[in-house]
Design a protein. Structure first.
Length: 358
């Protein structure tokens, strides 16, 4: 298949466009992420198409001379484009054989995602078993009777006796499954990597760790590993809700505190914070604190923090608290037109007017 068509590109695509198209398709078709049985072969085709096109752009044949239609300024401009794409910040050396990128999922807590820091990621590699050199079999020091045919070299089937396939009809075996790899021919050593998480990482973000991906092909001793691409999944939190970069939470508070106002503590992913409540009514209200949400990245502003305060009335009043509440209620009743206007209006209507004469 034509490399341009395979990568979804038009003829004459720049190195930057080629790299971008390959990365997008590699995320979809890499065997580590795509369980489709055809993913391995399709990824190899994508990689081959990428290498063909990028090599043609960055290393054109030396014996190709500009045609008469090409002016010297046009030739220089094309060369400058190639150099710009090659150093576009991807830290990619296209002239060196490179292993495939590896993709892993990482679940982050709200705290780690908001504040950033370093987390440990365990990556399981796939290597050829050195004990059996990838064959999955090891040679026995002494021959053994075949356990399938019990040394006869024959197995009984629907068509009578047939040669035993496990010992090739010999009745004995000289090899067995490799004890180091269980007969798979592969080992799966684990690597622990320290991954730096930028403050303000969101669900769906990707973090690229250079040279921590798959190793280069075995026939390329001078090659370099690919990159490890970590896909961030933000774990749900029992308290916080994220809307874009704005952080929302609900905080129960005494109805009396809502009335009189004052300082109140609020938990945040990065620690506790004191906020000021203005005096008001004992009704639910939302306080907005600019810039106290998720940190912005790549020039984006920080999100805001929205705290919904829900009033809670006291209950299970005991003998110690009851006299104080009685005293408070007495003071409120004396000034009910000011403190309890709804009560004052109701009482004036239904209690302050004498009943009509009979």
């Amino acid at each position: 298949m034509d490399p341009h068509a395979l990568l979804g590109l038009q003829a004459g695509a720049t190195a930057h466009e080629i790299k971008k198209a390959f990365r997008r398709l590699a995320m979809r078709w890499h065997p580590d992420r795509n369980p489709d049985p055809h993913a391995v072969e399709h990824f190899k085709q994508l990689r081959a198409a990428y290498e063909t096109l990028i090599d043609a752009v960055l290393h054109p044949l030396q014996d190709e001379a500009p045609t008469a239609a090409e002016t010297p300024s046009e030739t220089a401009e094309g060369a400058n484009d190639a150099r710009t794409d090659e150093s576009d910040g991807s830290d990619e050396r296209t002239d060196v054989p490179t292993g495939a990128d590896r993709y892993e999922d990482l679940e982050l807590s709200f705290e780690d995602a908001c504040c950033g820091g370093t987390v440990e990621v365990t990556v399981e590699d796939v290597e050829t078993c050195e004990a059996c050199e990838g064959s999955g079999r090891e040679t026995l020091r002494h021959t053994r009777l075949c356990t399938h045919c019990h040394g006869s070299g024959r197995l009984r089937g629907k068509r009578g006796l047939t040669p035993c396939t496990h010992c090739s009809g010999r009745g004995y075996v000289t090899t067995q499954a490799c004890g180091a790899c269980g007969g798979s021919g592969q080992r799966h050593p684990a690597r622990r990597l320290a991954v730096r998480i930028p403050a303000g990482a969101l669900d769906g973000d990707e973090i690229r760790i250079a040279r921590a991906g798959h190793p280069p092909p075995d026939d390329e001793p001078n090659g370099i590993p690919g990159d490890l691409v970590v896909h961030v999944h933000l774990a749900e939190h029992a308290l916080y809700r994220l809307e874009g970069r704005n952080l929302r939470m609900t905080r129960p508070v005494s109805a009396l505190r809502l009335l009189i106002g004052g300082e109140i503590a609020v938990p945040l992913p990065g620690g506790e914070r004191q906020v000021t409540l203005q005096p008001g009514t004992a009704e639910a209200r939302t306080l907005r604190i600019a810039g106290a949400g998720f940190p912005g990245r790549m020039g984006r502003p920080d999100g805001d923090l929205f705290i919904e305060f829900v009033p809670v009335m006291p209950r299970d009043i005991d003998d110690e608290l009851r006299p104080l509440l009685e005293q408070l209620d007495t003071l409120l009743v004396r000034g009910h037109s000011r403190y309890l206007p709804d009560v004052a209006v109701w009482e004036d209507r239904w209690l302050g007017t004498p009943p009509p004469e009979a």
